[in-house]
Design a protein around this ligand. Structure first.
Ligand code: 13P
Length: 126
C-alpha cells in the first residue's frame, strides 16, 4: 500500500522544500503526497502529483494534523521558518503535538526529512 507523505514549508523555506523534493523525486514518485496549499503549488512544479489542502494560515496545518490523528499520514516533512512569526502558531504547535501523541514521524529539516523519506519509501522500489 502506498505511503502518504505530507509536505509543509513556511514562505522562507519553500525554495528549500522544492529542492528537497527534486532531490528525492525518485522515491516520492512512489508515495501519495499531500501538502498545505501554497507549498503544494510550489511542489507541483516538480511534476509530481500533490493533493492540496488549505493554505497553512487558513487551516491547512490543522487538516494535516487531523489526518495524522486518524492514522492517514505516514510521515510529515515540515520546514519551518525559525525567523518568521505566524498568526496560526497554535495550529503549528497542534500539528507537532499530534505527531508526538500518535508517534507520526515528523522532520523539520532536510537531513531528517531524507531519513524519513528513505526509511518509509526505499524498500518500496526495487
Ligand atoms: O503556513 C504554513 C505552515 O504553517 C504553510 O502553508 P502554505 O503551504 O499554504 O504556505
Amino acid at each position: 500500500m502506498k505511503k502518504t507523505i505530507a509536505l509543509i514549508a513556511h514562505d522562507g523555506k519553500k525554495p528549500e522544500m522544492v529542492a528537497f523534493v527534486k532531490d528525492h523525486q525518485d522515491l516520492l514518485e512512489h508515495a501519495n503526497i499531500i501538502a498545505t496549499g501554497t507549498t503544494g503549488s510550489y511542489v507541483r512544479q516538480t511534476g509530481l502529483p500533490v493533493e492540496l489542502k488549505l493554505s497553512g494560515p487558513m487551516g491547512g496545518d490543522a487538516q494535516i494534523a487531523a489526518l495524522a490523528a486518524e492514522g492517514k499520514v505516514d510521515g510529515i516533512i515540515f520546514f519551518r521558518d525559525p525567523l518568521g512569526k505566524h498568526a496560526h502558531e497554535p495550529d503549528i504547535q497542534m500539528l507537532m503535538r499530534v505527531c508526538d501523541l500518535y508517534n507520526v514521524p515528523l522532520a523539520t529539516n532536510p537531513a531528517t526529512g531524507s531519513l524519513i523519506i528513505e526509511g518509509l519509501l526505499e524498500d518500496l522500489i526495487d
